[in-house]
Write a protein that binds this ligand. Sequence first.
Ligand code: BES
Ligand code: MN
Ligand code: ZN
Length: 499
Amino acid sequence: MTAALKLGFGPFAAPAKGVLIVFCDDALKFGPATRKALGTAADLVARAAKTERFTGKSGSALELILPEGLKVARLVVIGSGKTAELQPKDILKLGGAAMGRLPAAASDGSVFAEFASGALGAEQAADLAQGVRLRAYAFDRYKTKRKDDETPPAKRSVTIAVADVIATRKAYQSREAVAEGVVMARDLVNEPANVLHPEEFARRAASLKKVGVAVEVLDLKALKKLGMNALLAVGQGSAHESRVVVMRWNGGKKGEAPVTFIGKGVCFDSGGISIKPSAGMEDMKGDMAGAACVVGLMHALGRRKAKVNAIGIIGVVENMPDGNALRPGDIIKTMAGKTIEIITTDAEGRMVLIDVLTYVQKYLKPKAMVDLATLTGAIIVALGFEYAGSFSNDNALHQKLEKASEKTGEKIWRMPVGEEHDHYIKSQFADLKNAGGRWGGAISAARFLQNFVTEVPWIHLDICGVAFNNKSDEIRHSWASGWGVRLLDEFLKENFEKK
Ligand code: BES
Ligand code: MN
Ligand code: ZN
């Protein structure tokens, strides 16, 4: 249903049709190429700005229909604020703001990659283009009807006018790879659980072979043989079999230890026998957002041929109640040998993750590992919808992630994790219990995981608040955010890739 967006680059020239989108700063100043293209229409902008009280504040917009002196149907001026202070993440957002002003039914848009200070360099223009691409995403494949003015034309194209077309195209290649990864993650999270059950998720992950990622799917038999009983316990009440998918990208030095990314892939979390309240339960189709991020990241690495050895591994299950389902009070022996008393079957994500963590350390010998999981509602209580909670046993590694977070704008906030929280998850019957109660719920969950982490540098990201919600922003208007793909791509690029 969504028309594919054709995104291209061209030289600065006033377009003959469609919508022209340009930028001005907070003194309403245009860059030279923009001024030239606008000609006398620049006076119209000045007059309209006055009556509309448009000041060029970052992200704000002024729209003129049928502007005299131009051939386009509509001119949109977007405020860039003060251009001297703009970082890549701000330019990305301005690209999103520009795309957001292209009406749904418009078929052609031209965006001038120029601020008051002058034309954007290739790298900056490519950031702008990535923002356009991300904002253009919509998940509407299940809509069969729409209002006329919301029906996108069969073909939509956006041309970004730049100073150096060839250099920008080249700079955009890696951004496009990452944007595709974000889109892939969003698609997976938005997809309903009747379609995206564990077997189907594994099939979609296997499609990464197309971009050169080696994919290995561990089926029920393999998981039983490995002794992944904690992961299997979660899936045992579902009509769908559980899977673990290992995705290897070997773009680095031969034999160099990989950086490993682990994702919680609960395709639907009903809570199991400890069933969740019905209000809002539909959101639990997104409980595989950690796994979706890992798949999107591996896609990006393959597509941009990253010079790094990275492995993505996801535990994919469905948490359902039936006659075979796990019960509160059950005791499970994990792959690592430790025993777990089940307090609530709704604390299932950690059960999935601990066996995958054990597998990673035993068989993949990683340099570092990062896990992502929609693990606890408690992290939303603590941090809201703006930050993911991060937990780590390694300050240096965590600092690297903080840097990538600062650069990409995907925010993290470090929380404590350590032995002081052990008493929350002490069991009277087994080595550990799987839930530590209300207080510090995100921390006891992280500490539970840490019981299965040896000396490997590790970061756990609790992404409940950021993975899906109705908080649209400049670069995303879909329920699923695709959070983490840009962050982890940057984390790898800056710290682990050969330059
Ligand atoms: N998948 C949920 C957490 C969640 C909540 C994700 C809201 C996205 C939005 C997780 O499996 C869960 O149920 N956690 C419990 C843990 C508790 C039972 C210890 C929770 O947060 O209540
Ligand atoms: Mn749960
Ligand atoms: Zn869950």
